[in-house]
Ligand binder design. Structure first.
Ligand SMILES: NC(=O)c1ccc[n+]([C@@H]2O[C@H](COP(=O)([O-])OP(=O)(O)OC[C@H]3O[C@@H](n4cnc5c(N)ncnc54)[C@H](OP(=O)(O)O)[C@@H]3O)[C@@H](O)[C@H]2O)c1
Length: 343
């Protein structure tokens, strides 16, 4: 017997408007002012809530015919700014060293990402050459509507600002949109530094990260105590620990959530792809397991953005394509999680 079709909901008025306005909304998003060189010169990025600039350049023209723009945007609670619900990670996939062909491949992934309406790219000093490779990609692409998310990752509390500055130069941006304390390393020392940078206009948002369920108790305490704009944690149909306390707390405290490791570094998809996609998942607008997993993640009411990493243009288009159509409701999400867990 075929299951009943899923019921749908709209998250809020903004998402509804975004769905209706589509490309027009994204074409109106603020452009990230890029530094002219890695020396860090250039116009500052617009602050939260500032009027959008006119998009320029090939990556801002609104995608290709085969890849409609993502319609799901999410509100950053601390500012009211909206960002697309699917972003781009850079761990491993962008750590390609000096390999010229691989760097060109990353630039093409980034081009496809922006063309499909993406904005948020996440990196870290921990990710080898990824920051420099992103910087090269950005230099090749010209003006793009980037939301630059990076991290501070050093055990030395006094080196946080210095490291963030080195990262900024590698990216070649005027400033980061978001700086996060990576894996809570020296978090008590770095958070005041990042808050000072925010107050001085040198970064727009401040956050903390964890992954794979690590240090959730410490994470929760910081979320309850600190004025955080963002948290980043692992969330996918098999890693659901955050549903218990962290995701509800994020909603309560008005903290945006970035979901990392959506595909468990790819292993989740490799496992799922051995199984057929159920008809009720395809009927929900998923062209495969990757879109099913991403819809599951970003349809959680606390989640702001999922950040799958990929080295492939077809995959980045597919991933951005998950943020379209009607949104699955909680019953669909529960059904998907139960199905995946049972495979
Ligand atoms: N503590 C932290 O702050 C922390 C920890 C972990 C991760 N992160 C962030 O989260 C990001 C994502 O996590 P992750 O990189 O560990 O892994 P992930 O995004 O869960 O998985 C990446 C893998 O999925 C594959 N993939 C992507 N899209 C696909 C598609 N449509 N179909 C099939 N395969 C696909 C990629 O292979 P292909 O290249 O072949 O597409 C890649 O091997 C990281 O890059 C990083 O930015 C942060």
């Amino acid at each position: 017997m075929s299951p009943a079709p899923p019921r749908w909901r709209r998250r809020d008025l903004a998402a509804h408007l975004a769905a209706r306005m589509g490309g027009a909304l994204l074409a109106g998003l603020a452009m990230h002012a890029r530094a002219a060189s890695t020396s860090g010169s250039g116009a500052p990025a617009p602050g939260p809530g500032t009027a959008p600039a006119t998009p320029r350049g090939p990556a801002a023209t609104g995608g290709d015919a085969a890849t409609p723009l993502p319609r799901w945007t999410r509100r950053i609670p601390s500012s009211g700014e909206h960002i697309p619900a699917v972003g781009l990670g850079s761990w491993i996939t962008f750590n390609v060293g000096r390999d010229g062909a691989a760097r060109s491949g990353v630039a093409e992934v980034m081009r496809a990402f922006f063309a499909a309406g993406g904005r948020l790219i996440d990196s870290s000093p921990m990710y080898g050459s990824s920051q420099a490779v992103i910087g090269e990609g950005l230099a090749r692409l010209g003006a793009v509507p980037l939301f630059a998310a990076d991290k501070v990752w050093t055990g030395s509390g006094s080196r946080g600002a210095e490291q963030a500055e080195a990262s900024r130069r590698l990216w070649g941006v005027a400033r980061f949109d978001l700086l996060q304390v990576h894996n809570l390393l020296a978090v008590e020392q770095h958070l005041p530094t990042l808050q000072q940078m925010k107050a001085a206009g040198r970064v727009r948002y401040v956050g903390i990260t964890t992954s794979e369920g690590r240090r959730h108790a410490d994470f929760e305490a910081l979320m309850a105590r600190e004025p955080l704009d963002f948290v980043q944690l692992t969330y996918n149909p098999l890693d659901r620990q955050a549903e218990q306390r962290l995701l509800p707390l994020a909603r309560e405290r008005g903290i945006a959530v970035i979901a990392n490791r959506p595909f468990r570094e790819g292993q989740l998809l490799r496992d799922l792809q051995r199984h057929p996609l159920p008809p009720w998942v395809a009927e929900a607008g998923c062209d495969g397991w990757a879109q099913a997993v991403l819809k599951f993640i970003v349809a959680h009411p606390a989640v702001t953005c999922a950040i799958p990493a990929t080295s492939r243009v077809d995959h980045v288009r597919q991933n951005l394509g998950a943020a379209q159509g009607a949104e699955p409701d909680e019953a669909w999400r529960r059904r998907l999680a139960a199905h995946v867990a049972a495979l």
